[in-house]
Design a protein around this ligand. Sequence first.
Ligand code: BES
Ligand code: MN
Ligand code: ZN
Length: 491
Amino acid sequence: MKFDIKKGQIGSKKTDVSTIALNQHNEIIRPELFDKDTLVLVRKFLALGDLPNEVGKVSCITGNQFFARIILVNLGDLDAISNKQMFKSFKSVSDLIKQLNIKSHSICFDQFLCKTKSPHQIGEYFSRAIIDSLYVINSQKSDKKRAAKTFINTIFFNGEFHKDLALGIKHGVAIAEGANLTKDLGNLPPNICTPSYLASTAKKIANTFGMKAKVYDQKQIEKLKMGSFLSVAKGSREAPKFIVVESLRGPKNKKPIILVGKGITFDAGGISIKPSPDMDEMKYDMCGAATVLGTMKTIGELNLPLNIIFLIPSCENLPDGNAVKPGDIVKSMSGQTIEILNTDAEGRLILCDALTYAERYKPEVVIDVATLTGACVIALGHHATGLFSNDHELSGELKDAGVRALDEAWPMPLWDEYQSQLNSNFADMANIGGRAAGSITAACFLSRFAKKYSWAHLDIAGTAWVSGKEKGGTGRPVPLLSQFLIDQAKK
Ligand code: BES
Ligand code: MN
Ligand code: ZN
């Protein structure tokens, strides 16, 4: 994928398709940017009245000597268009491009400039939309014809702030490519995407960007006394891995930001086995880990001057003669004991030990990302990620980053009142808190291991993938986390 920025009239470079934006009256925005011939052609089509006058609606018509095809996109009232609508409009264009048999596209960004959006934003949204749309899942298909398009976008821009636009595109490309890696990992089958596979992926990314990777194996995890994490791995024949990557590009004395990702590469529920329908989707239970790896790639590409540590506890959760049982009590790395009442509440059991491990870095903040609870899907559906935090300011920063990245998270309570649901008669705590407020009690469980630092937890059970005909990973919340880190780098 290439994005070339140019000055001049849009017809000056021949492309397979060109995009032209329309306003709320279905009229060409800033017609002076186009040659007469193109204007006549487009207006002739618009006069037919086929294109609904609605923001984000697109149509593809036959072009002329400059562009073989023209995509028309309605932006509505440019000064009133929201960031979401602008992105949605770019997505409609790029979804249409995906269906065309073409190699080049041109667009004139002067048409998209408005009072409420900077060239940076427009460049970022456009590049993200194109890379997101043109993503294909084909690693396991015999027919590789469905390969992602190698594609050249020529962007004409005659306004000021070319640097701003170029930086926006750079950010957009890095974010979208990070998110595509996250999708790839999630979409892989669980017999390929194992804990060892995640570990080798982490090492590869670390090597590419000069980060330091260390992978703890079973014996070394035992030495760390991660009894809670290891109890989940007991039912599986795949070796558990604890992946640690250090990316230290910030000032020497600056405390690190830590990202922790849940890496359950398949969650059958263990002895508390899940029902069979849709169980295949539990291959996505490593999307927290995949988000951490995708974000690693993004920040590597952007070379952000930050100290960041990436932690991934990874294993399978399967039933077996040797598997952990309901009623078993395990000792976490923190020393706290846990009565496992439901082996399907395993995410918190692997994350809690990673949160304790994080203490050794004396971190500035720790953010964990996990497909943690079905209850979070019930609470927020598929639009917002659940956001829990012991630090009001951190929570606000994450929420705000999500809004700007169009990858939203919504704050949930983490009050002391919920903690008693985790009481156990036999151990320091139980690993489940009953049916009520399931996503909150899961977060409460984690909070007991995150007392020594400022911490946030993102429950992505509803946002990490989509089910049904279009089943696949979404790459969320790579945009949110990347935006958060870009903001931190500016501080
Ligand atoms: N990985 C699941 C959570 C999940 C469920 C994510 C459905 C996406 C869709 C997690 O390990 C789990 O099984 N959680 C249980 C917790 C319960 C036993 C307290 C759940 O949500 O049912
Ligand atoms: Mn589970
Ligand atoms: Zn799980």
